[in-house]
Design a protein around this ligand. Structure first.
Ligand SMILES: [Zn+2]
Length: 245
């Protein structure tokens, strides 16, 4: 029996519903886009919650933040369609200025109770040396919202039934202990990332500008997935810390 055990635990079965909570447009695609795409292709109902408006995602000091936010919302809708997500919810906090608050916890809790996911996914708030404040606040907000969502005495004024997800997966995990294969959905993940064309310069090495840059970006995402899969039987994977709510 024990000789058959692998290094890595089994991936989850396809959930009926999954909810991913990301700080910015494109965070969900980087963190779990391949996993969501594979699940969606197998019939999972995927909801994406994007907490901030992405209005600081540019190196161009002349850019109009509200125009950038509108462009990024459109890019997010395209990426969501590629992944097969059925819904995108924008919470529209100002990019870069997100602070952990009871209101943030309540608003994510509301989305969990509405979507009733079997699996909840978000940033790992305990990732050491994570410097982006929005990533820390979103991850902590999502974990705390999960705790609130399952118990009826939290936010009873919401008037929505409590809901307890079966699993929570944290991406960019400090201590990953769970992996999901993405061989079948790697190209979809890449296409969804590339749909965030406003982010080409800042996070994708100008991948949309030339075939060479696109290939270099593909290679970067591919090696990341290969490294993630190192302790598993898969070729390509996304890595997570798994919490059991
Ligand atoms: Zn981000």
């Amino acid at each position: 029996m024990y000789s058959e055990m692998r290094d890595a635990p089994e991936p989850l079965g396809t959930p009926g519903r999954a909810l991913a909570v990301g700080a910015h447009p494109d965070d969900i695609e980087f963190g779990c886009g391949g996993t969501l795409a594979r699940w969606a292709a197998a019939g999972c109902e995927v909801t994406m919650v994007v907490v901030t408006d992405g209005s600081k995602g540019s190196w161009d000091p002349a850019v109009d933040p509200s125009e950038l936010a509108a462009r990024r919302a459109a890019e997010q809708a395209t990426a969501a369609a590629q992944i097969g997500a059925s819904k995108v919810v924008q919470l529209d906090y100002v990019d870069g200025e997100l602070e952990y608050s009871m209101e943030l916890r309540r608003r994510i809790c509301e989305q969990i109770r509405l979507a009733k996911p079997d699996v909840l996914l978000s940033h790992d708030p305990w990732k050491r040396y994570q410097i982006h404040p929005d990533h820390r606040a979103t991850g902590l907000g999502a974990v705390d919202a999960m705790v609130a969502a399952r118990d009826p005495l939290f936010f009873p004024e919401m008037g929505i039934d409590p809901h307890r997800p079966g699993a929570m997966l944290l991406w960019a995990a400090d201590e990953p202990d769970h992996w999901e294969p993405i061989e079948s959905s790697f190209d979809t993940k890449l296409d969804a990332l590339l749909s965030h064309s406003s982010q080409g310069e800042t996070t994708m090495g100008d991948a949309q500008a030339s075939a060479e840059a696109r290939n270099a970006f593909r290679e970067r995402i591919h090696s990341w997935a290969v490294n993630n899969a190192a302790s598993t039987d898969f070729d390509l994977a996304e890595a997570f810390k798994r919490l059991t709510p």
